[in-house]
Design a protein. Structure first.
Length: 241
């Protein structure tokens, strides 16, 4: 059984946070004790000069975990840059082993960990290190979130082919519709990608319109996630079902 998953994306803003939240709530509804982590966050708004890790805060709130925010998010940067770049600009160092230590601590408290990645896949997370190095250190499979619109075939296949080449285990792919815009490719993107990968395609998550309302409605989010995403296939692949 794998004790967790990293929710990563084909790009920044594709919906990792909402998909991570949906996954957390739907696993909880299956009786699984889920912990959350967003180890690196950037572009954070400040309150009294302290940056606020919005994604980490949201994942903590929606999951209802009692863990300290500092454990869930050890690194938060003000600048909207890849964390490794933001850290360098602030003269800070990201300690990947330290993140692993915090992850192990949280993992000891929960049956399953949902860890949100950052940006896309090949994103600097520390000096000389890209996100896959952290994923390997945590020894976790990943869930890839892709946008549903034009351009996603290229982004998704590049990400999946990289994972295969780098020996990263992809437990599933979810397409997320993050904007109301519609384009012709959306009719066929899912099926087209399926022709080129063996990775389980878990489903398409719909555009939710008033996202802020759904965000705070835990049960509604869980219901939508379970309706559209094949959580059973994911759990089976992870050895949890
Ligand atoms: N299914 C959806 N329905 C409605 N709005 C969505 C949906 N998915 C994403 N969004 C919108 O797109 C924005 C980006 O989504 P989200 O924050 O989940 O992406 P992300 O990949 O986690 O971004 P980051 O790289 O900053 O962590 C959200 O603020 C939200 O407004
Ligand atoms: Mg996010």
């Amino acid at each position: 059984m794998r004790g967790g998953i990293v929710v990563t994306g084909t790009d920044t803003g594709v919906g990792k946070t909402i998909i991570a939240a949906g996954l957390v709530t739907s696993l909880q509804d299956k009786g699984i004790d889920v912990g959350v982590m967003k180890p690196l966050e950037s572009g954070a708004p400040s309150f009294e000069s302290a940056p606020i890790p919005k994604d980490a805060l949201y994942l903590k709130e929606i999951s209802g975990v009692q863990d300290d925010l500092d454990l869930i998010n050890p690194y938060c940067f003000k600048d909207l840059l890849a964390p490794g770049v933001a850290a360098q600009r602030e003269g800070r160092e990201v300690d990947l082993q330290g993140i692993k230590g915090l992850y192990e601590e949280l993992k000891g408290r929960h049956a399953f960990m949902v860890v949100e990645g950052v940006g896309g896949l090949l994103v600097p997370v520390a000096k000389g290190a890209l996100l896959p190095q952290l994923i390997k250190l945590l020894d976790l499979p990943l869930l890839l979130v892709a946008r549903s619109s034009l351009g996603t075939i290229n982004h998704t296949l590049l990400s999946l082919f990289y994972c295969a080449q780098a020996g990263l285990d992809v437990a599933g792919l979810i397409m997320n519709k993050a904007t109301p815009d519609v384009d012709l490719s959306e009719e066929s993107n899912f099926q087209t990608i399926a022709q080129f990968t063996e990775v389980p395609l878990l489903g398409s998550f719909p555009y939710l319109g008033d996202y802020s309302g759904v965000k705070v409605n835990r049960d509604f989010l869980a219901q939508i996630f379970t309706q559209h995403i094949d959580v059973g296939v994911l759990l089976h692949g992870l050895g949890l079902a």
